[in-house]
Design a protein around this ligand. Structure first.
Ligand SMILES: [Zn+2]
Length: 105
């Protein structure tokens, strides 16, 4: 019988990575409202790097807070326009014009 235990160490790293991602979003929010938008965007770059390195999924609640194209931190009403069309929420990034669609159940 094969054990699935061999992934436990990796999962541990994933957990740490996820924690860091949450922390980076928190910091980005602070910097954004402090008018340090470049720094907030830099954090999003780090979030993406972390997510790719550890192959973690960025939680959907956080996914809507950054632009997939230009990796800018998005704040609804500030640099993002939010529209809800039926089952999908569309976030448009005012910096690059990218539409980020997020479905919800
Ligand atoms: Zn963008």
């Amino acid at each position: 019988m094969r054990s699935k235990q061999k992934y436990s160490v990796k999962d541990e790293y994933k957990e740490i990575a996820l924690e860091r991602i949450h922390e980076l979003f928190k910091q980005a929010d602070i910097q954004f409202h402090d008018n340090e938008k470049e720094l907030a965007n830099r954090y999003m770059y780090l979030v993406r790097k972390l997510a790719m390195k550890y192959k973690v999924k960025i939680p959907s609640a956080l996914k809507r807070q950054y632009c997939k194209k230009c990796l800018h931190y998005l704040v609804a009403g500030e640099n993002a326009r939010v529209r809800s069309t039926g089952k999908v929420i569309v976030y448009s990034c005012k910096d690059c014009g990218q539409l980020n669609r997020i479905g919800y159940k």
